[in-house]
Write a protein that binds this ligand. Structure first.
Ligand SMILES: Cc1ncc(COP(=O)(O)O)c(C=O)c1O
Length: 382
């Protein structure tokens, strides 16, 4: 840091130079990310609550009341209005909180968790931080968790089983109903990672899709991750963690001596209220109708993209269940495809099981982007 500051105009000019080097979602060129353009209402709400600290909720009672309402609205969306939870930084923090609640509920020696091989890498972080042994269950032919493999991994050390509603790489929904039965029978904590699918599955089902049950309507489900900063259109960082019972928050609460609340269950201490404001405002503004429209449009474009990919001669890994398309080619490697698309200005990502080009059709993508992309993709084929 220099001794003397510079003018505001100079600072802004320098900031613009950094910004110029970034890609934007608005350009429609980011195809491999679960983030998107935040909705303007979310941005405005976020700005209004920049100084609110939910780590000290007695000082920000309005923001706290808003968090309670946002959690109740999310619970209602996911099958149970009276849930307990928080608006936090994202899916990683939510998954770590869920694993911590599960571990602390049992408090046994050498605890283990069972996650599908498709689970997000945040569970590896959780296992590392919480000293949990991570056991990975195999996937079936459709890339969903194989319930028999889960059964084989269960032991008296199992403190949690995880199912995913919208896998990170392929957008698959695990058989949560079967996992729920398994967990309810054996009194094992079941966590559902719906970071990606939580804001779309319920809305798609309302518009006639037939996606499987994954939420608190299933009695075995103890907690759910749902990310407003993915399909919920909220600014980053905004995540959500919901628990069926208050005791799951209590088992991981820590005394907070000098604050306006006595105990705290979240991982971060100082916690922005802006994310809560954005989540609340977006649900109020868009309503179910607005979110149905967003999720439905993404699926229509996903279907258009999947059809187009097949027409250009590439192969789909699997039929998309949510708004993710993964494809490959018998002659060109995924690295060649990715490099050549990058030369044309497209940022795709590469999935790992199997290796394929992965496109997430997020709300910032429009029909013209998909058509331009398919045109450029067609050029890769001789
Ligand atoms: C299913 C799932 N869970 C958790 C996460 C982690 O979310 P975040 O990056 O917000 O921490 C992701 C991110 O893509 C995800 O797809």
């Amino acid at each position: 840091m220099d001794e003397q500051g510079i003018s505001k105009a100079e600072v802004l000019e320098l900031l613009k130079n950094f910004k110029k080097r970034d890609m934007t979602h608005r350009s429609g060129r980011i195809l491999g990310s679960m983030c998107t353009c935040p909705h303007e209402i979310g941005v405005e709400a976020y700005r209004m609550f920049l100084e609110s600290n939910l780590g000290d909720p007695g000082l920000f009672q309005g923001t706290k009341a808003m968090e309670d309402e946002a959690i109740a609205m999310l619970g209602d969306l996911l099958g149970k209005k009276d849930v307990y939870g928080h608006i936090i930084t994202g899916g990683t923090e939510a998954n770590i909180m869920a694993m911590r609640a599960a571990r602390n509920t049992r408090r046994i020696k050498n605890p283990e968790i069972i996650v599908p091989k498709s689970a997000h890498f945040s569970f590896k972080k959780a296992a590392d931080m919480l000293c949990l042994k991570l056991r990975e269950a195999e996937l079936d032919k459709d890339y969903k968790v194989d319930i028999n493999s889960v059964h084989r991994l269960i032991s008296d050390k199992t403190v949690a089983i995880v199912g995913v509603a919208g896998t990170t790489e392929l957008g698959k929904v695990d058989p949560i109903e079967e996992l729920s039965e398994t967990c309810a029978d054996r009194n094992i904590f079941l966590h559902v990672d719906a970071a990606f699918g939580g804001y779309s599955i319920p809305f798609l089902n309302e518009t006639g899709y037939d996606l499987p049950k994954f939420d608190f309507s299933l009695p075995g489900v103890c907690s759910i991750t749902i990310d407003p900063h993915k399909m919920g259109l909220a600014p980053i960082p905004t995540g959500g963690i919901l628990f069926r019972d208050r005791r799951y928050l209590e088992v991981m609460s820590i005394e907070t001596p000098y604050l306006t609340e006595d105990r705290q269950s979240t991982i971060v201490g100082t916690r922005t209220g802006a994310s809560t404001a954005a989540t609340w405002a977006l649900m109020k503004y868009l309503g179910r109708e607005g979110y149905r429209e967003v999720a439905g449009r993404c699926m229509e474009l996903t279907e258009l993209l999947a059809r187009g990919i097949k027409t250009t001669g590439f192969k789909l890994v699997t039929k998309p269940q949510l708004n993710i398309v993964a494809f490959y080619d018998d002659e060109l490697s995924v690295w060649e495809i990715s490099d050549r698309l990058e030369e044309k200005g497209w940022a795709v990502s590469i999935s790992s099981y199997p290796q394929a080009i992965r496109i997430i059709v997020m709300p910032h993508l429009k029909k013209e982007h998909i058509e331009m992309f398919l045109h450029d993709l067609g050029d890769l084929k001789p």
